[in-house]
Design a protein. Structure first.
Length: 363
């Protein structure tokens, strides 16, 4: 009987490349389903940093993957920059039905030939290899973008937090270094019923240390939730922040239908480049919005946050801020949840006429 194995991966990961090159080790009755995901989306959801974002770990990752490739006789030449924005590569794989030969060509382009993963000319060269006439049109199709989001959401729902990860019969095997255990389990599932395997359910000491360290950090009572920038052409600005600055575009999370205000779901009018959504609530990061003169009126506000840009400061007690504004005789606009789930907002001008958003998350 055929066993289905979903393989969640991102071309940004050299470990994914190494594991892909070892697919021939899997038993013949295992059917591999290739599922490209946005690794940055997993990191944002679980509140983690990627290996390349920690300088010492980045060096270790490079040395480890070079050594494993050398030991296995796998061609290995890293790209000129890492991390890179992998969106075009991921969408390309999806647009071409995640065919094994396409995925192999993309991995080879980046990790065997050392080509840039996001440079326009490098992507054009890859498109030529795959005989694609219009790469941008192919990868910009809404269905392709949605499929990548769906893959990433499905991975998160399963508990996937890193790449590469195999999901087989309710089990997750994360990382190239778990391949031997996975192969042993495929041959003998009872191996994970042994007493020693129960250690996997014990809370790691590192988790406890992280929780304790976090509790000892001083609480300043505020943080920056987002920066909102007006953009007459949201998609042109989004391409700049993605392709030039290297940010990863995300998907806006809306409140329930009965709470949502007048706010567009069209990514040509509003988009998000997320940061740490886990600790600050949904939609934390950089907002790009097309200015709308009627935005304030349609949402019952005296201030228009879609025009001129603003910084959003998140506080622990919004009512206390409102009380101080009232006592000082400063005009403000109060908005209950209308754009971000669980969030209340106040809009106010500072003495230099900079528009500020003050907000508070409520469970």
């Amino acid at each position: 009987m055929t066993r289905k194995a979903e393989w969640f991966f991102d071309f940004i990961s050299p470990y994914a490349y190494l594991q892909f090159c070892a697919f021939d080790r899997l038993p013949g009755d295992v059917e591999i389903v290739l599922r490209p995901v946005l690794f940055a989306g997993l990191l944002n959801h679980w509140g983690q940093l990627g290996p390349a974002e920690i300088p010492a770990k980045k060096g270790h990752t490079g040395l480890t993957t070079w050594w494993r490739a050398r030991q296995r006789g796998i061609p290995f030449r890293p790209p000129p920059r890492h991390p890179f924005n992998p969106l075009s590569l991921l969408r390309l794989a999806i647009a071409l039905d995640c065919r094994r030969d396409v995925v192999a060509e993309i991995f080879t382009h980046v990790w065997a030939e050392g080509q840039d993963g996001q440079d326009a000319q490098s992507l054009a060269n890859l498109a030529d290899k795959l005989k694609i006439a219009d790469l941008e049109a192919l990868t910009a199709r809404p269905a392709v973008k949605q499929a990548l989001r769906d893959n990433t959401d499905a991975a998160i729902a399963l508990g996937v937090y890193g790449v590469p990860t195999f999901a087989i019969d309710g089990r997750l095997f994360w990382g190239d270094d778990m391949a031997d255990l996975m192969l042993a389990w495929l041959q003998d599932p009872a191996i994970l019923d042994e007493e020693g395997a129960a250690m996997a359910s014990v809370e790691p000491a590192a988790d406890r240390r992280a929780a304790n360290a976090k509790s000892e950090e001083p609480d300043t009572g505020w943080s920056i939730h987002h920066v909102n920038l007006p953009a007459t052409d949201v998609r042109a600005s989004a391409r700049f922040y993605a392709e030039v600055i290297g940010l990863i575009e995300g998907r806006w999370t809306f409140p329930p239908a009965e709470q949502v205000g007048h706010i567009s779901a069209d990514p040509a009018r509003l988009t998000l480049f997320p940061t740490d959504t886990a600790s600050k609530g949904a939609n934390a990061g950089l907002h790009l919005i097309r200015p709308e003169p009627e935005f304030a009126r349609k949402n019952g506000l005296d201030h228009n946050p879609s025009i001129g840009g603003h910084v959003a400061i998140q506080v622990a007690d919004l009512d206390a801020v409102v009380a101080r504004l009232t006592a000082a005789g400063i005009a403000y606009s109060f908005a209950p949840t209308f754009a971000i789930p669980g969030m209340r907002h106040v809009y106010v001008y500072d003495p230099s006429m900079n528009l500020l958003e003050i907000n508070e998350m409520r469970g």
